[in-house]
Design a protein around this ligand. Structure first.
Ligand SMILES: Cc1cc2nc3c(=O)[nH]c(=O)nc-3n(C[C@H](O)[C@H](O)[C@H](O)COP(=O)(O)OP(=O)(O)OC[C@H]3O[C@@H](n4cnc5c(N)ncnc54)[C@H](O)[C@@H]3O)c2cc1C
Length: 479
């Protein structure tokens, strides 16, 4: 074997996974077909759960120190969701995808993992032991596991002949990075008279400190072919149709057309090959979810591959990547469908849709509804099914970031190992059997005991009798 894990694609998913494997241990090769990192702006929003994941690796503060990244509210179908500090310790941030990619790539390089560029995967041969990957430049890599993080048009998916079922794109809209003449409210969805709409998001600032905006423009009569170039005139015209003379285009930095295609593979695992990020699921970029979902796929898969490479992975641990992440991806596709309907993305001007939106917008003012939507859109509502222990409300959910005096829980996860919070040293004996994989941390007697996986999800809390089975289920045989 040349490597334990080969990651194809150095977008946010592949880069996050490489970092997870760095923390978990085991050799990794990360390749990308591009000769240099893409400077194309795409995602601009980071959700609370993704921010937590970076915090769990000690990367959040260094990332945020690279520039000014405003705190922003989330939204559902353009209906703003106020940030609730009691539920989300880390509020949404507006951090451009190019910044995240650049930061992660530099961090990996500093740790000795360099993206092998000009490596376009063109062939893949899987047998019982591993996978042989062939590249257009004539080189090959033999690997135990291969992860497809090669985006929406995934070559790996095609080489495996894996279907990508779902809905084809029926419409396009324009997504552009711009400077505008007014500080039009961000994260709002505004409709024009002729069924066209505009959505404005924050996108950080340019080098002169001037606010940049991601502008989405669409609606009836504005769905051009995906390949038709986006012109400044088209954007000016769209702005006028929605805002009149109130908002003008000052600078167009980048533009592309996006479609409402929505697809998800049926299985995330194919033998020794795993699909992650856009290679596994695509949808409209509504509510900052694509990149965030891909990075969270990587967070889920990384430690499990590490466990397999180190030989302590319990049977079926790798299969839980699919059973946990497929429903999470499917839920995102569903909420995006609902959002695109409520926003009348297609610009139908159907009065039934308008009535539904008005009703929904009124309901979204209710605190319980806001909480539900904010939890969903921030990634904090994710609850993985964990048979055997799920009766406890914490199990399957991201661990609370309690301050234990010596450290916060998320700081403890920086080791990449499991964490057992053990108030009053009740579980020292049993924890000792897994001490090479799980750190036992003492805490005040009133702290709730819990077992946390390396990806930050609680996998046991509550009944002491369930602890030993949970350790075995997630961390393998005792020493
Ligand atoms: C306009 C727009 C706005 C968006 N806004 C948001 C947002 O605010 N929040 C959010 O979460 N998401 C957003 N998204 C979605 C987000 O950009 C994607 O979900 C994200 O880029 C997916 O990351 P990935 O790493 O899975 O794939 P990609 O970013 O597509 O990376 C795939 C990588 O694989 C490489 N590759 C491809 N084929 C091969 C091959 N054969 N061999 C080797 N390498 C290969 C590519 O060069 C690329 O570097 C937006 C998308 C768009 C278009």
């Amino acid at each position: 074997m040349d490597t334990d894990v080969l990651i194809v694609g150095a977008g946010p998913t592949g880069l996050t996974l490489a970092n997870e494997l760095l923390v978990a241990g085991g050799s990794t090769v990360l390749v990308d077909r591009l000769p240099r990192r893409s400077e194309l702006s795409r995602a601009g929003g980071m959700q609370s759960r993704t921010l937590e994941a970076l915090d769990q690796r000690g990367l959040l503060q260094p990332l945020l120190a690279t520039g000014e990244y405003p705190v922003t509210n989330g939204h559902f179908a353009g209906i703003p969701l106020p940030f609730d500090p009691t539920r989300h310790r880390l509020p949404w941030r507006s951090v451009p995808q190019v910044t995240i990619e650049g930061f992660l790539e530099q961090h990996l390089a500093a740790q000795g993992i360099h993206v092998r560029r000009d490596h376009e995967l063109v062939g893949l041969d899987q047998d019982g032991d591993g996978v042989t990957a062939t590249f257009a430049n004539g080189t090959t890599v033999r690997t135990r596991y291969l992860v497809a993080a090669d985006g929406a048009h995934s070559t790996v998916r095609k080489l495996l002949r894996v279907d990508f079922p779902g809905r084809p794109g029926t419409m396009t809209a324009v997504a552009a990075d711009v400077r505008l003449s007014t500080d039009e409210k961000v994260n709002t969805h505004t409709k024009g008279a002729d069924g066209c709409w505009a959505h404005v998001f924050p996108l950080g600032t340019d080098p002169q400190g001037r606010p940049l905006r991601r502008l989405a423009l669409g609606g009836r009569g504005r769905s051009l072919s995906r390949d038709a170039p986006v012109t400044e005139d088209e954007i000016r015209d769209g702005l006028r149709a929605v805002f009149g003379s109130r908002v003008e285009l000052l600078e167009l930095r980048y533009a592309r057309r996006i479609t409402n295609a929505a697809r998800q593979v049926a299985h995330y695992r194919h033998g020794q090959v795993f699909l992650a990020g856009d290679a596994a699921h695509i949808h409209l970029p509504l509510g900052a979810q694509g990149m965030n979902t891909g990075m969270q796929d990587a967070l889920n898969l990384g430690w499990k591959l590490g466990a397999a490479v180190h030989g302590w992975a319990p049977e079926n641990l790798l299969d839980t990547y699919h059973t946990e992440r497929h429903p999470a991806g499917a839920a995102v596709l569903r909420n995006v469908q609902a959002q695109s309907l409520l926003m009348d993305w297609a610009g139908t001007r159907d009065p039934d849709v308008t009535a539904a939106r008005e009703l929904f917008a009124a309901m979204a003012q209710l605190p319980d509804v806001q909480r539900h939507l904010a939890d969903m859109m921030s990634g904090m509502a994710i609850r993985y099914a964990m048979p055997g222990t799920e009766a406890h409300p914490l199990v399957g959910r991201p661990s609370p970031d309690r301050d234990l005096g010596s450290a916060r829980v998320h700081e403890l996860l920086r080791s990449g190992r499991g964490v057992l919070i053990d108030p009053a040293d009740r579980f020292a004996k049993v924890a000792d059997l897994w001490s090479d994989r799980v750190d036992r941390i003492g805490a005040g007697a009133d702290t709730e005991p819990m077992l946390i996986r390396p990806d930050g999800y609680v996998c046991w809390a509550g009944s002491p009798n369930d602890l030993e089975p949970a350790l075995g289920r997630w961390f393998g045989e005792p020493r």
